[in-house]
Design a protein around this ligand. Structure first.
Ligand SMILES: [Zn+2]
Length: 232
């Protein structure tokens, strides 16, 4: 079920199975989804939740990074996809690899992928048609969305989405560690990201695999992660 966070910001919650939270911002002229989701089924469930409370389907879908659970549903999204150039670069690379032998077996190592995609079910990968390099502001009518790239311990293409009028910051997976580093945080990158969050004028922070948190609760948590990392 869709959850309302503020007047114009909603989210479709994450699941224990590995699907990320999907965001939704309703402007008076256009609406924006934050992240595409894992598959066309994920997109369909999200859209059914929007329709159930008479919200329009999104005009834009912004990707927070290239990871499969956030981007593989893009081909089934309504309106235009929006991504930073580094995210699109990685998606184009996946698109090329998807025709090669062994690609699917490689993805199957991820238990989330194996749970989401049935045996032999086709994968459709598309890059986003609207591309930016560092920052892009979308005017949705009475509310704006500022998309900007950040230094993150999770991926090199991490994008945050700030909705200043609503005091909301979508962080994607930016605060998490890296799979190849056993999810341990890279100290310097996390510190850099923490500075971005400190400076951001917002009340709410949304990390993709958890519930929304107030900035006043997220920052102390990240400080303790940094402290632990410094001792190691
Ligand atoms: Zn991720």
């Amino acid at each position: 079920m869709l959850q309302q966070l503020t007047d114009k910001v909603y989210y479709y919650p994450c699941t224990r199975g590995g699907r990320p939270l999907l965001g939704y911002v309703r402007g008076s002229e256009r609406s924006l989804a934050v992240d595409a989701g894992y598959s066309d089924r994920h997109v369909a469930e999200f859209y059914a939740a929007l329709v159930a409370i008479s919200l329009p389907l999104p005009d834009y879908t912004a990707l927070t990074h290239w990871h499969l659970d956030h981007s593989f549903g893009l081909y089934a999204c309504h309106g235009s996809g929006v991504a930073c150039d580094l995210t699109n670069l990685k998606l184009r690379c996946h698109l090329r690899n998807s025709t090669r032998e062994g690609y699917r077996e490689y993805l199957m190592h991820d238990p989330g992928f194996a749970a989401e995609f049935g045996h032999g079910e086709p994968i459709t990968i598309v890059p986003a048609p609207i591309e930016f390099s560092d920052e892009l502001t979308l005017n949705l009518g009475g509310v704006t969305a500022r998309l900007f790239r950040v230094d993150s311990p999770h991926t090199y293409d991490s994008v945050c989405v700030h909705i200043p009028e609503e005091g909301v910051l979508f962080l994607g997976d930016a605060t998490y560690g890296k799979y190849s580093e056993s999810w341990g945080p890279n100290h310097a990158r996390l510190r850099s990201l923490v500075r971005v969050i400190e400076r951001c004028d917002c009340r709410w922070c949304l990390c993709s695999h958890g519930s929304p948190q107030e900035k006043s609760a997220l920052l102390p948590h990240l400080y303790s992660v940094l402290e632990r990392a410094a001792k190691e």
